[in-house]
Structure formats: C-alpha cells, structure tokens
Design a protein around this ligand. Structure first.
Ligand code: GDP
Length: 296
C-alpha cells in the first residue's frame, strides 16, 4: 500500500515526541529534521517540504504548545492539519452542470489509467443514480476503443464510438449531442494519451475543450511515478486549465510524493483516488482521511 514507509517513519518521530512530558524547542527542531527527511525520501517536492516544515515549526514552537499538558499530541495534531491542508483541505467535489449533461474530459499520459478510470467514474456516478455516457475519443491507441466498450458492457453504461476514422473533436461533439438526445446526464470523454506530452496531443485536447466546454477536466496521473506525475500535472495545467487530478495506483507501493505535492505545486485539487484494477476501486479523495492514514 502507498505511504507505508513514510507512515512508518513519521510514526517513529511522533512516538518519541508523544513519550515526552515536556518538549523543548530543540526536540521540535529534531523532530522536524526527521519529518523533513521522511518527506523528501517519500519523493515530496523539496519546496513543498520546506514550506511544510517551516509552517509546522512556526505553529509548534511557542509557549502555548510547549506548556500544554501533552505537547507531543498537540504537535502531531498540527502536523495532521497541515498535511490535510497540503492535500487540499476539504474534499473537492465533482462539478455538476445546471444544464445537463455535465461534461467531463479525461486526460493523461498513456498507461496512467485513463480508460479504466473513465469506466470507474461512470460506475461511481451510476451508484449515485446518474446515467453516464462513456465516449471513446482515444482513436490512436490500438484497442482503447474496444477496452472502453468491454468496460461499458461490464457496468452496463452506454459507450459512444464512431470508430477510429472520425476525429476525436467530432466524436466528442456528437457524443454530447447524443447524451442530450437520450437523457444521459454525464458525459465522460476518454481522450488520447501519449507516452510523452507533445504539442499534437495538447492541440487536440484544446480543440475538444473548445468544442464541448467541459465542466471538468480531470488529469489522470500514476501515483507510482512520484514527482514525474507532478511535473506532468504542472505541464497539462499550464496548457489546459485542469479542474482536478485523479491519482491512480495508490494500491501499489507509491511513496506518496505525488499525492502530497500535486495540489501545492499545481493548485489543482485531487478529486479521486484509484486503489486497484477492479471497476469499483475508485473513491472520492478525502485529504483529512489520507492525512490520518499517513499518521496512523
Ligand atoms: P490509459 O492508457 O491511461 O488509458 O491506461 P489504462 O486505463 O489502460 O490502464 C493502464 C493499466 O493500469 C491497466 O493495466 C490498468 O488495469 C492499470 N490500472 C489503472 N488504474 C489502476 C489502479 O488504480 N491500480 C492498479 N494496480 N492498476 C491500475
């Protein structure tokens, strides 16, 4: 599971603090040195680490905290709150259009989990009594269309496809119309990914964006790739104005750097977390729950 090593290290630091009746400024400094190292080793962006540690220090070193009955616990609580803030504070909800359908564009590099996540999101929406339409607009990756169709069948969600000879922009346009005509209230567009970000990919995404005016542009990133995921998110965001990020593969042994840095670096909230290959392994992302999980 993700965060295991970070979690273990932070718990170590804090069990030392918790054991102390009185906490000195030097104790706090020592604990923060260890927290800093643990975060860096978890592949958290170094600037994010620096800001984080200085905020926690500022709040921890002071009469009120140090003279409290349980200074160790108070400091752990400060860290918990700052970790939650770092990941966005409160849960960032999926947008809902006043004029259905709500259009969601899924973007990301190939292999990040975009197609699977599109279907998982459809399933999640179905559970909330919505009627999502999946749209096969990744016409370049062999088998992407078929993959979406198979997933659609599995969850009994309609899949809109015009094969691989029509442009993705046209597919997206017609799909939104199809949803309107058929009373489907969410449209999830699975766009093409590439191995690397390139101009052609961005151009196509921008065109789809301008034609369908999505309510959400969700970037799917692989949490296992750490700071690379954050860099990818930063580049996409500069070109496409993302509304949120989906972190996938959090069931793997990701060190956690992407989850802890992406909001601070890009300003984009993490809206969902994917924790497995199964179709129902997608959850709304709760910063406070994730922080508590990390701190154990
Ligand atoms: P795309 O190229 O971005 O559309 O990626 P796919 O949706 O085809 O996913 C690539 C691979 O990652 C597939 O084998 C998925 O089953 C796998 N995958 C996607 N999300 C997760 C996840 O949260 N956890 C795990 N373990 N695997 C995932």
């Amino acid at each position: 599971m993700a965060f295991e090593s970070l979690s273990g290290r932070l718990q170590n630091v804090f069990s030392k603090l918790r054991g102390k009746g009185k906490v000195s400024e030097e104790d706090v400094n020592e604990a923060m040195r260890e927290v800093r190292l643990a975060l860096l080793e978890a592949d958290v962006n170094f600037k994010v680490v620096k800001d984080f540690v200085s905020k926690v220090k500022e709040k921890s070193i002071g009469k009120e905290v140090m003279n409290s009955f349980t200074p160790g616990m108070v400091i752990i609580d400060i860290v918990n709150k700052e970790l939650t803030e770092l990941m966005g504070g409160s849960q960032a909800k999926l947008a809902k259009s006043n004029k259905p359908p709500t259009v969601i564009m899924m973007a990301g590099l190939q292999g990040a989990g975009k197609t699977t996540t599109s279907a998982k999101l459809a399933k999640l929406l179905q559970k909330g009594n919505h009627r999502p339409l999946l749209v096969a607009a990744d016409i370049y990756r062999p088998a992407a269309i078929k993959q979406l169709q198979v997933l659609g069948e599995q969850i009994k969600a309609p899949v809109f496809s015009l094969g691989d000879q029509t442009s993705p922009v046209e597919i997206a346009r017609q799909a939104v119309q199809h949803a309107k005509d058929n009373g489907l209230d969410y449209v999830i567009i699975d766009t093409a990914g590439r191995l690397h970000i390139d101009e052609e990919l961005m151009e196509e995404l921008k065109q789809i964006h301008s034609v369908v005016s999505p309510d959400e542009v969700l970037l799917v990133v692989d949490a296992m790739t750490g700071q690379d995921a954050v860099n990818v998110a930063d580049s996409f965001n500069k070109q496409l104005a993302l509304t949120g990020v989906v972190l996938t593969k959090l069931d793997g042994d990701s060190r956690g750097g992407a989850a802890l840095s992406v909001k601070a670096v890009t300003g984009c909230p993490i809206k969902f977390a994917a924790l497995g290959e199964k179709i129902d392994a997608l959850e709304p992302f709760h910063p406070e729950r994730m922080a508590s999980r990390i701190l154990g």
